[in-house]
Unconditional design. Structure first.
Length: 196
Protein backbone atom coordinates (compact mmCIF):
# COMPACT_ATOMS: atom_id res chain seq x y z
CA UNK A 1 0.00 0.00 0.00
CA UNK A 2 1.28 3.45 -0.93
CA UNK A 3 1.67 5.83 2.03
CA UNK A 4 -0.22 9.11 1.65
CA UNK A 5 0.74 12.42 3.20
CA UNK A 6 -1.71 13.51 5.89
CA UNK A 7 -2.94 17.09 5.23
CA UNK A 8 -3.13 17.59 9.01
CA UNK A 9 0.67 17.83 8.84
CA UNK A 10 0.60 20.76 6.37
CA UNK A 11 2.34 23.04 8.87
CA UNK A 12 5.47 20.91 8.47
CA UNK A 13 5.47 21.73 4.77
CA UNK A 14 5.44 25.44 5.58
CA UNK A 15 8.50 25.38 7.83
CA UNK A 16 10.78 28.13 6.40
CA UNK A 17 13.81 26.09 7.48
CA UNK A 18 13.06 23.84 4.50
CA UNK A 19 14.24 26.60 2.16
CA UNK A 20 17.45 27.02 4.19
CA UNK A 21 18.14 23.30 4.40
CA UNK A 22 17.64 22.85 0.65
CA UNK A 23 17.81 26.20 -1.16
CA UNK A 24 15.59 26.51 -4.24
CA UNK A 25 18.46 28.16 -6.11
CA UNK A 26 20.43 24.90 -6.03
CA UNK A 27 17.44 23.03 -7.48
CA UNK A 28 17.08 25.67 -10.19
CA UNK A 29 20.73 25.14 -11.15
CA UNK A 30 20.32 21.36 -11.33
CA UNK A 31 17.16 21.69 -13.43
CA UNK A 32 19.19 23.66 -16.01
CA UNK A 33 16.49 26.23 -16.60
CA UNK A 34 16.65 28.76 -19.43
CA UNK A 35 13.52 30.60 -18.25
CA UNK A 36 10.94 29.35 -20.73
CA UNK A 37 10.35 25.75 -19.65
CA UNK A 38 7.18 24.11 -18.44
CA UNK A 39 8.03 22.63 -15.05
CA UNK A 40 5.89 20.20 -13.10
CA UNK A 41 6.11 20.12 -9.30
CA UNK A 42 4.79 16.60 -8.75
CA UNK A 43 3.42 16.35 -5.21
CA UNK A 44 3.64 20.11 -4.74
CA UNK A 45 1.79 20.16 -1.44
CA UNK A 46 1.48 23.76 -0.26
CA UNK A 47 3.90 24.97 -2.93
CA UNK A 48 6.89 25.76 -0.71
CA UNK A 49 9.20 25.13 -3.68
CA UNK A 50 6.69 25.87 -6.46
CA UNK A 51 6.76 29.65 -6.12
CA UNK A 52 10.53 30.22 -5.96
CA UNK A 53 11.09 27.88 -8.89
CA UNK A 54 8.31 29.60 -10.87
CA UNK A 55 10.32 32.82 -10.47
CA UNK A 56 13.11 31.14 -12.50
CA UNK A 57 10.86 30.68 -15.56
CA UNK A 58 9.48 34.16 -16.35
CA UNK A 59 8.63 33.03 -19.88
CA UNK A 60 7.48 29.57 -18.84
CA UNK A 61 5.02 27.88 -16.57
CA UNK A 62 5.10 25.91 -13.36
CA UNK A 63 2.35 23.34 -12.90
CA UNK A 64 1.78 22.36 -9.27
CA UNK A 65 0.24 18.89 -9.01
CA UNK A 66 -1.07 17.26 -5.85
CA UNK A 67 -3.88 14.91 -4.85
CA UNK A 68 -4.72 16.66 -1.58
CA UNK A 69 -7.32 19.44 -2.14
CA UNK A 70 -6.54 20.99 1.26
CA UNK A 71 -2.89 21.49 0.32
CA UNK A 72 -3.74 22.90 -3.10
CA UNK A 73 -6.11 25.38 -1.44
CA UNK A 74 -3.23 26.61 0.71
CA UNK A 75 -1.20 27.09 -2.47
CA UNK A 76 -4.06 29.05 -4.06
CA UNK A 77 -4.04 31.36 -1.04
CA UNK A 78 -0.28 31.89 -1.44
CA UNK A 79 -0.71 32.73 -5.10
CA UNK A 80 -3.34 35.32 -4.23
CA UNK A 81 -0.75 37.06 -2.03
CA UNK A 82 2.36 36.53 -4.18
CA UNK A 83 2.62 36.57 -7.95
CA UNK A 84 5.76 34.78 -9.18
CA UNK A 85 7.53 35.77 -12.39
CA UNK A 86 6.36 32.67 -14.24
CA UNK A 87 2.76 31.54 -14.63
CA UNK A 88 1.59 28.99 -12.05
CA UNK A 89 -1.19 26.49 -12.69
CA UNK A 90 -2.68 24.21 -10.07
CA UNK A 91 -3.82 20.77 -11.14
CA UNK A 92 -5.42 18.08 -8.99
CA UNK A 93 -4.20 14.52 -9.40
CA UNK A 94 -7.44 12.52 -9.24
CA UNK A 95 -7.51 8.75 -8.90
CA UNK A 96 -3.85 8.60 -9.90
CA UNK A 97 -4.38 10.50 -13.15
CA UNK A 98 -3.11 14.01 -13.89
CA UNK A 99 -5.38 15.72 -16.45
CA UNK A 100 -2.56 17.03 -18.63
CA UNK A 101 -1.27 16.15 -22.09
CA UNK A 102 1.49 13.62 -22.64
CA UNK A 103 5.03 15.06 -22.52
CA UNK A 104 3.74 18.41 -21.18
CA UNK A 105 6.77 19.11 -18.96
CA UNK A 106 10.40 19.65 -19.89
CA UNK A 107 11.26 19.42 -16.19
CA UNK A 108 9.71 17.53 -13.26
CA UNK A 109 10.83 17.82 -9.67
CA UNK A 110 9.69 15.88 -6.63
CA UNK A 111 10.66 16.92 -3.12
CA UNK A 112 10.09 14.15 -0.55
CA UNK A 113 7.56 12.51 -2.88
CA UNK A 114 9.31 9.60 -4.56
CA UNK A 115 9.18 7.43 -1.42
CA UNK A 116 5.37 7.73 -1.57
CA UNK A 117 5.10 6.47 -5.15
CA UNK A 118 8.12 4.24 -5.81
CA UNK A 119 6.01 1.11 -5.22
CA UNK A 120 3.11 2.31 -7.37
CA UNK A 121 3.65 1.41 -11.06
CA UNK A 122 0.66 3.51 -12.18
CA UNK A 123 1.99 6.63 -10.46
CA UNK A 124 5.45 6.11 -11.91
CA UNK A 125 3.98 5.59 -15.37
CA UNK A 126 2.07 8.84 -14.98
CA UNK A 127 5.27 10.73 -14.15
CA UNK A 128 6.98 9.28 -17.21
CA UNK A 129 3.98 10.10 -19.40
CA UNK A 130 4.14 13.75 -18.36
CA UNK A 131 7.92 14.15 -18.86
CA UNK A 132 8.89 15.16 -22.39
CA UNK A 133 11.62 13.25 -24.25
CA UNK A 134 14.95 14.82 -23.33
CA UNK A 135 13.38 16.23 -20.17
CA UNK A 136 14.99 16.27 -16.74
CA UNK A 137 13.59 14.76 -13.55
CA UNK A 138 14.92 15.76 -10.14
CA UNK A 139 14.07 13.67 -7.08
CA UNK A 140 15.07 14.80 -3.58
CA UNK A 141 14.56 12.46 -0.63
CA UNK A 142 15.60 12.61 3.00
CA UNK A 143 18.78 10.61 3.59
CA UNK A 144 19.13 7.88 6.18
CA UNK A 145 21.09 9.83 8.78
CA UNK A 146 20.77 11.71 12.02
CA UNK A 147 18.58 14.77 11.29
CA UNK A 148 16.81 17.40 13.39
CA UNK A 149 13.59 16.85 11.41
CA UNK A 150 12.03 14.62 8.78
CA UNK A 151 10.73 11.07 8.96
CA UNK A 152 12.36 8.27 10.96
CA UNK A 153 15.08 6.43 9.04
CA UNK A 154 12.91 3.33 8.61
CA UNK A 155 10.47 5.49 6.57
CA UNK A 156 13.20 6.83 4.28
CA UNK A 157 13.89 5.51 0.78
CA UNK A 158 17.56 4.48 0.64
CA UNK A 159 19.63 6.19 -2.03
CA UNK A 160 20.37 2.89 -3.82
CA UNK A 161 16.65 2.15 -4.15
CA UNK A 162 15.94 5.66 -5.45
CA UNK A 163 18.67 5.34 -8.07
CA UNK A 164 17.52 1.86 -9.10
CA UNK A 165 13.90 2.96 -9.43
CA UNK A 166 14.83 5.87 -11.70
CA UNK A 167 16.99 3.59 -13.84
CA UNK A 168 14.16 1.06 -14.13
CA UNK A 169 11.98 3.88 -15.47
CA UNK A 170 14.42 4.21 -18.36
CA UNK A 171 15.95 7.46 -17.12
CA UNK A 172 19.66 8.19 -17.53
CA UNK A 173 21.33 9.40 -14.36
CA UNK A 174 23.01 12.78 -14.71
CA UNK A 175 24.03 13.46 -11.15
CA UNK A 176 23.83 12.13 -7.60
CA UNK A 177 24.21 14.58 -4.74
CA UNK A 178 24.55 13.26 -1.17
CA UNK A 179 23.65 15.30 1.92
CA UNK A 180 25.60 18.53 2.12
CA UNK A 181 25.87 19.09 -1.64
CA UNK A 182 22.33 20.34 -2.37
CA UNK A 183 20.38 19.82 0.83
CA UNK A 184 21.87 19.29 4.25
CA UNK A 185 19.76 16.18 4.88
CA UNK A 186 18.70 15.09 1.39
CA UNK A 187 19.92 12.84 -1.35
CA UNK A 188 19.20 14.41 -4.73
CA UNK A 189 19.24 12.48 -7.99
CA UNK A 190 18.94 14.16 -11.38
CA UNK A 191 18.08 12.01 -14.39
CA UNK A 192 17.05 12.57 -18.00
CA UNK A 193 14.50 10.91 -20.23
CA UNK A 194 16.02 9.76 -23.52
CA UNK A 195 15.12 11.67 -26.68
CA UNK A 196 12.38 9.93 -28.69
Amino acid sequence: MVHKFDPKNAAKLENPERLVEMPPQRLIELLELSGSETILDFGAGTGMYSLPIADAVPDGELIAVDEQPELLEMLRDKLAANTPAGRVSIVANTDGRVPLDDAVAQRIFMINVFHHIHGDPAALAEVMRLLAPGGILLAAEFAQMERPFGPPNDHVLPLGELRSALTLLGLHERGVYPPGEVGLYHNVVVAAKPQA
